[in-house]
Design a protein around this ligand. Sequence first.
Ligand code: SAM
Ligand code: SF4
Length: 461
Amino acid sequence: MSRPRKVHVKSFGCQMNVYDSHRMADTLAPAGYAEAALPEDADLVILNTCHIREKAAEKVYSEIGRIRVIKEAAATEGRRMLIAVAGCVAQAEGEEIIRRAGAVDLVVGSQNYHRLPQLVARAADGEKVVETEFPVEDKFAALAAPRRDIIQRRGVTSFVTVQEGCDKFCTFCVVPYTRGAEVSRPVSQIVGEVERLADGGVREITLIGQNVNAYHGPGDDGAGWSLGRLLRRLARVPGIARLRYTTSHPRDMADDLVAAHAELPELMPCVHLPVQSGSDRVLAAMNRRHTRDDYFAVIRRLRDARPDLALSSDFIVGFPGETETDFRDTLALIEDVGFASAYSFMYSSRPGTPAADMHDQVPHEEKAERLQRLQALITRQQRAFNARQAGCTLDVLLEKPGKLTGQLVGKSPYLQAVQVMAPRLAIGSIARVTITEVGSNSLFGALAEGHPAPQLAAAGA
Ligand code: SAM
Ligand code: SF4
């Protein structure tokens, strides 16, 4: 029998890539590939790339340079290593990657992961393989499911992609080009995957998609299900205690999804709702198809349903033509809403997108200065949000051991990291924790009187 082969997958970018990386490893497992924690131990290294901003692609090229050195060292020991580039840079740049980085053996776009075993076999035969088509077959149905022991190793929280691609065409964004048109997975496929994960000990599922609340996958009844309906169904899967979803678009926040926040105890009180800018002029130039007032209206509906909701967002500063007044509108929006956290980026010109050709590109120094002001405001809000938890008792899903003996680290309902001494509790249980100290990156607490937390009833119980 041949020596077991090993694959190391490194993810860049968003949660969708983390999920895809797991599914790539799962698909290669039946072909005899075990996962390697380090590239040095691997026969196949896959870089799962992100193309959302310019620097992200540059990072990939420098990473290829690092892996090439490892590949050359392996060759001197008589061992052959293959390098594959997957994800959105692969989709966008295709053959260019092999031209620019000759050490790469395989370029595979985001819609072709289910074909990896055949593509890798071709690359192993010496062919330089580039596969970036959008095939007609259902990639998700063709991807192998993870084994139970692998699910257990990956921990008690998991992402599940329910929707891919985007039809919104914001003028700054490459996603509609790299991930293609919006597609929703069928309900039965998602329920099956969540049941399998729950059977392997997963307690929290985050449903992911570039535009997750536009989900409209077919149910067995032939009807298109909304995200709200899907969440209600998944809340009944035995063992699943917590549900989250990300990333949402303000235009797709349907009433039944908002209502789910009031009705479902399993649905965690967090919504990531990117707004990008607080200026109507900039929002229109971005083709966001909503105004700042529309955004405020969505926030009001959400907070009416769930007053303690933790809101987070994405912001782009220095979009072409953004003036100081536009930027101040963004700061004012942040002040008005009050966020628990946010991601913020300097606008990065992406070739092929409409904004790349717009006049009035904002100079780098101005973008950097605005980003700093915006991040300072968000940091203040984040600290204030965390400080409000001091003295409160929260349910914490325990995810992994902490640094100290007997210490466990978990997440609050609001996605805050919480550290607690709980030597007798198992990972995967939900502890009631009273917050005693608020640090800059984590909350610290002690098990509350009356612990353990009431565990959610299993489905159908
Ligand atoms: N679908 C989500 C939405 O509607 O906002 C987000 C998808 S995108 C993968 C994640 C974030 O990257 C965006 O919300 C945006 O803030 C940022 N982003 C996308 N393109 C960008 C660009 N060209 N320059 C800077 N940031 C960008
Ligand atoms: Fe990109 Fe999100 Fe806009 Fe779609 S909605 S184009 S993913 S920023």
